[in-house]
Design a protein around this ligand. Structure first.
Ligand SMILES: [Zn+2]
Ligand SMILES: [Zn+2]
Length: 282
């Protein structure tokens, strides 16, 4: 399995000279399975470049799309995804929960008000999967878990037949102030032994207490989850819009120090736009 990051920013895109190295597009990750099937995780502004890349690569098979939740930063790039406008494209939209299925049936973005093109007028062949739960896609099995986030969000685990696996958990607050939807232990079990855990790590201690309850996790909480899940690598993702490249460099240095002290087997990564990882490679 290969993973490519097309957007790593949370909440709001942040173009500009201070974010060129890590990137300013909001969240979008592409997964290329062992049998070359493509899975898209989230449709933030990064999905525009992903669509152009798929066109350049002349990818012709089905594109499987999983959206964690309908907050703007995860869907705002969808109207600019080139495959939607090609009659030869086949796009399979996978809802994973009853709430997600409801949002897929009423795609607000393409209602003729928020964007001029209506969902029914998109040229691509669109398949809406109605059932929630486990999905078999190409050479992989996809499972889901509910996350702790205002309005709800769904996390995914992709286990490929080549033995590699990916957990995509965003947006998620590992220690929320109110009721827990899923405990930290359950998330560690869900992610156990994964090749790569991609997790929302938007906050630093200086962001609290103001943003406690806003649905995101602290960098150190995410590193500890990666350690306890015995993940091989953890990618800090969904960066705060106020974090410039220098601030993310500092987080990378901190994460390296943290893993050396507390989890020597865990490889810390600060997700950046354009980063490509081959999960079969150690
Ligand atoms: Zn978000
Ligand atoms: Zn969100």
């Amino acid at each position: 399995m290969r993973v490519r990051f097309f957007g790593v920013r949370g909440s709001c895109p942040t173009p500009g000279p201070s974010t060129v190295r890590y990137g300013g597009n909001s969240v979008c990750v592409e997964v290329r399975l062992a049998d070359d099937t493509r899975i898209v995780l989230d449709g933030g502004t990064g999905i525009r470049e992903l669509g152009n890349t798929l066109a350049r690569e002349q990818y012709r098979d089905a594109i499987h799309m999983f959206i964690t939740h309908p907050h703007w930063d995860h869907i705002m790039g969808l109207p600019f995804f080139a495959p939607f406008y090609q009659a030869s494209s086949r796009i399979v939209m996978h809802p994973t929960t009853a709430v997600a299925a409801q949002h897929t049936r009423t795609p607000t973005l393409f209602d003729g008000v928020h964007f001029p093109v209506r969902f029914a007028d998109l040229p691509a062949k669109l398949e809406l999967v109605a059932e929630c739960g486990e999905h078999r896609i190409g050479s992989a099995r996809v499972t889901s878990i509910e996350l702790n986030h205002p309005g709800g969000a769904t996390g995914f685990r992709i286990d490929d037949d080549d033995g590699t696996s990916l957990c995509y958990l965003t947006d998620n607050e590992l220690e929320p102030p109110g009721d827990l939807v899923t405990t930290r232990d359950a998330l560690a079990r869900f992610a156990h032994g994964t090749s790569l855990l991609i997790h929302d790590a938007q906050y630093l201690p200086s962001d609290l207490p103001l943003k406690h309850g806003w649905g995101h996790s602290l960098v150190d909480q995410v590193l500890a989850l990666g350690r306890d899940a015995e993940a091989r690598a953890v990618a800090l993702h969904h960066h705060d819009p106020d974090r410039d490249d220098d601030a993310l460099d500092a987080i990378a240095a901190h994460a390296l120090g943290w893993t050396r002290a507390h989890a020597a087997a865990l490889r810390p990564i600060v997700a950046s736009e354009g980063l490509e990882l081959d999960l079969a490679r150690r």
